[in-house]
Design a protein around this ligand. Structure first.
Ligand SMILES: C[S@@+](CC[C@H](N)C(=O)[O-])C[C@H]1O[C@@H](n2cnc3c(N)ncnc32)[C@H](O)[C@@H]1O
Length: 260
């Protein structure tokens, strides 16, 4: 009998590194504001892993995790929430991120490029305006972004994970509107295929566009945090710093940090 694996479990193990993400968020907030953030909202939360990581860091931390999809939230409630010591400190909410009603936040996160799903300037700007309004005056908005000359290419990349293969599929890209179809497929070591386990039709936004839209949405300061390079390997070193000069890599991931 071939074993059936859980796609959310595989996603968690292959896509997310919530520890590193929260390390960055925690340290950067402290560097900017000089104190510790407590209230965090994770937009497009999926199963809410990042919000859970936030709550697990400190007994005073509280998080709200927002997603439209009832099934992913349900998975989080049954598989992520029970691992926390203080389950009441993580609140899931099924809502549109533009209208979740969760305000007065120290931190709002929009990670894993999920806001790329808003494909018109006006729609994305409206989302950014709603985030700004939901932050404390001392709050910070964190986003990630990806790009590079291979980001707009139709390609498939495979990575071996424990018990399965993760396949990232940039299936189509339209240069006229920058919209692209991406999929995540999985294949278990005993040959079970999970085709199109996750599907994303979104716009590949550029960093200048994103910085301009955040500024138009009223954010007073917008910085791109670029990853340093490990001298020996030539690969990224995992250290992201505010920077005005990036490198013309084939594929990069960076953070954007915006202050209201
Ligand atoms: C790329 S996944 C990211 C999941 C998770 N944040 C992560 O980091 O792995 C995008 C998620 O955004 C949710 N989503 C899409 N549009 C949304 C909206 N307008 N409001 C709330 N959630 C939305 C989808 O249901 C999906 O779970």
């Amino acid at each position: 009998m071939k074993k059936i694996l859980d796609i959310h479990q595989m996603y968690q193990e292959s896509v997310q590194c919530v520890e590193a993400e929260i390390d960055f968020v925690e340290a950067t907030y402290f560097e900017i504001r000089g104190n510790h953030a407590r209230y965090l909202r994770e937009d497009f939360c999926g199963t809410g892993q990042t919000a859970a990581q936030w709550v697990s860091r400190n007994n005073n931390n509280k998080a709200w995790a927002v997603d439209l999809d009832e099934s992913v939230i349900d998975w989080g409630i049954h598989n992520v929430l029970p691992n926390l010591n203080q389950t009441e400190d993580l609140v899931y909410k099924i809502a549109d991120v533009r209208d979740s009603g969760i305000n007065n936040m120290d931190i709002v996160l929009a990670m894993n490029f999920s806001y790329f799903l808003f494909m018109q300037r006006q729609t994305l700007r409206d989302y950014f305006i709603s985030v700004r309004k939901s932050l404390e005056a001392t709050g910070v908005f964190f986003l990630d972004a990806f790009g590079g000359y291979e980001a707009a290419k139709e390609l498939k990349e495979e990575r071996e994970c424990d018990g399965f293969t993760y396949i990232w599929d940039q299936a189509s890209f339209n240069p006229i509107n920058s919209e692209m179809q991406c999929y995540i497929h999985f294949k278990s070591d005993d040959g079970v295929e999970y085709n199109k386990a996750f599907s994303y039709y979104w716009r590949l936004w550029t960093l200048p566009e994103l910085q301009e839209l955040l500024t138009e949405a009223g954010f007073s300061k917008v910085d791109v945090y670029w990853e340093g390079t490990d001298e020996k390997s030539g690969e990224g070193d995992g250290v992201f710093k505010a920077s005005k000069l990036g490198t013309a890599d084939a594929g990069w991931v960076c953070y954007i940090v915006a202050l209201p």
